[in-house]
Design a protein around this ligand. Structure first.
Ligand code: ADP
Ligand code: ADP
Length: 230
């Protein structure tokens, strides 16, 4: 069953730029769909329609059968993990405090938040006792991305939106992050849409790959095997 459905979505920005010309795309429950295309092909625009950071000019996005346009954006975003390239960690808060951001907003019991933070840091390969107390600038780029993933997973979202999540990481670190993230996805079964301009990353990570061309045209949706053997 489709978990996210883009129905005839179009985005024309105020200056007249048509980022997405009208597109249909289904994302299945539990799958990791990669969205690949050159810079400016509308990937971020499409992704941000799901959590309502961008409102479509026409068409609609359904999440689990419900039009996101009918939902309170704050409530909606609490159920959706969002990871971007430079993560946007709060620089003056420790790693653990960053990961605890949403649990705190939701006023979880301190012990519950603390346990969850420790569990999440371990999940992404960081030591709560060591890395949890550090500040973002005391970590490597790859470690910061891990913290971003941990923070996005804090409330066990059903959906994760990831925009070039490993883009700022060096190639070796990126390989490790990719395979670890693939493992985390397989264990948790979260529905993931991951945007990248890197076709290797798209094919390595995706259960299916959606290929966008300039102008936001959806060229094809294929399994990695079909793409590789063409
Ligand atoms: P991608 O993520 O594939 O790089 P984007 O979705 O960021 O593509 O952008 C698609 C097109 O929309 C580009 O031509 C970009 O310049 C344009 N665009 C993105 N955001 C805005 C905006 N806020 N106002 C005007 N044009 C925008
Ligand atoms: P503040 O000073 O903003 O109240 P706290 O130091 O109380 O921040 O930490 C906020 C949250 O971060 C805590 O409720 C806890 O969930 C989490 N946290 C802080 N330090 C750790 C740690 N070492 N291990 C696990 N979780 C932590």
């Amino acid at each position: 069953a489709p978990f996210i459905r883009f129905e005839g979505v179009r985005k024309e920005y105020a200056d007249g730029t048509v980022a997405v010309p009208g597109l249909d795309l289904d994302v299945r429950e539990h799958e990791l769909l990669t969205l690949v295309g050159p810079s400016g092909s509308g990937k971020s625009t499409l992704l941000r329609m799901v959590n309502r950071l961008v409102e479509p000019s026409a068409g609609r996005v359904l999440l689990d059968g419900r039009d996101v346009g009918d939902q309170d954006p704050v409530q909606l975003r609490r159920g959706i993990g969002y990871v971007i390239q430079d993560v946007g960690l709060f620089p003056h808060r420790t790693v653990a405090q960053n990961v605890a951001t949403v649990p705190r907003l939701l006023r979880w019991e301190p012990a519950r938040a603390r346990n969850r933070v420790a569990e999440l840091l371990e999940l992404v390969g960081l030591d709560p006792a060591v890395h949890g107390r550090r500040y973002p600038h005391e970590l490597s780029g790859g470690q910061r991305q891990r913290v971003g993933v941990a923070r996005a997973l804090a409330t066990k979202p059903q959906v994760m939106l990831m925009d070039e999540p490993f883009g700022a990481v060096d190639p070796e670190g990126r390989r490790a992050l990719q395979s670890e993230f693939r493992q985390i996805h397989d264990d948790l079964g979260t529905t993931v849409v991951l945007v990248t301009h890197d076709i290797d990353e798209a094919v390595t990570l995706g259960d299916r790959v959606a290929v966008l061309r300039q102008g936001g045209h959806l060229e094809q949706v294929a399994t990695p095997v079909t793409l590789l053997t063409r």
